[in-house]
Design a protein around this ligand. Structure first.
Ligand code: ADP
Length: 281
């Protein structure tokens, strides 16, 4: 569906995105993850066809994005600035864009839970409601690809969760790229992770494949565990074990239970994804 080949892009002759290649063939949510300044927005602008690449190509459904204008219509792009006109009502604004795009405003409002807000002026909406209204514009009609650039930034955690849930629901069977600088958000929403670091691709794959780094588990339990786990270390009130992944945690617990130990708590200490931002690509 989306084929990015050796894509470089930037501003005023300076490369920001450097030699990205990516093949996306399965409908899913692809979280483009990276710290601020990594090049996420630059990547989205280039893939949306808003910014011309310096070299490389992007193909959507087998067609070159930069030589076929109609291909860009198949991409829904939500930017940080996406918003409906302030002085219009939600229904008027979405109706207006639906007219231009041959879309269905009613259906989009329903999908985003905007029916109760239809008669409200955009200027009177809360941040979360505005975001939902802006997202509705992308769903006025079916598109091949949805690019969501940090759709939850500046939203409070409860509203952010609400927006993520809506996107998860709407994204079933669709191709979605969703950018975030938040590791936990990426894990919650993403099927695949595209890690960007200094404009380069650091990792691309299923999110569980990313958990190959060291995974540390803290255990609180009754009795002396030093015989059971001689290799364990201590950190504050926890006994710390290093395992390959979450699956091994079950085995640890089983071993303790079989030894008659009462397990009070088992928790993940830190997140192996965190290392990725620091690790060289
Ligand atoms: P992210 O979205 O991951 O935070 P960006 O793609 O916005 O990263 O920015 C990547 C780099 O490109 C930064 O160093 C930023 O300063 C630079 N940059 C972004 N937009 C522009 C612009 N319009 N002109 C010049 N440089 C820019």
């Amino acid at each position: 569906m989306l084929k990015i080949s050796n894509l470089s892009s930037g501003y005023n002759g300076t490369e920001v995105l450097r030699g990205i290649s990516l093949d996306i063939d399965e409908p899913a949510i692809y979280v483009v993850l990276g710290p601020n300044g990594a090049g996420k927005t630059t990547m989205f602008r280039t893939v949306a066809g808003v910014l011309d690449p310096m070299s490389g190509t992007v193909e959507l459904g087998g067609k070159n994005l930069y030589s076929a204008n109609e291909v860009r219509r198949d991409i829904g792009y939500l930017t940080h600035l996406s918003a409906l006109p302030e002085e219009m009502t939600v229904a008027k604004a979405l109706g207006f864009y639906a007219g231009i795009e041959d879309g269905d405003a009613q259906k989009a409002m329903e999908s985003l839970g905007l029916n109760d807000l239809a008669a409200r002026k955009v200027s009177s909406l809360s941040q979360g409601q505005r975001k939902r209204a802006a997202i509705a514009k992308l769903f006025l009609r079916d598109r091949k690809m949805y690019l969501m650039d940090e759709p939850t930034s500046n939203l409070d955690p409860v509203v952010a969760k609400e927006v993520r849930d809506i996107l998860l629901r709407l994204s079933k069977e669709k191709y979605v790229m969703y950018s975030s600088h938040n590791l936990y958000e990426a894990q919650e929403i993403g099927d695949y992770i595209v890690l960007l670091k200094d404009g380069r691709l650091g990792f691309f794959g299923k999110k569980d494949q990313l958990r190959t780094g060291e995974y540390r588990v803290g255990i609180k339990a009754s009795g002396d565990l030093s015989k059971l786990f001689p290799e364990a270390t201590h950190e504050k009130e926890y006994l710390v074990m290093r395992v390959k992944g979450p699956r091994e945690v079950g085995e640890l617990v089983k071993k303790m239970v079989n030894a008659g130990v009462v397990v009070y708590e088992v928790k993940e200490l830190g997140n192996p994804l965190e290392d990725l931002f620091d690790r060289g690509s």
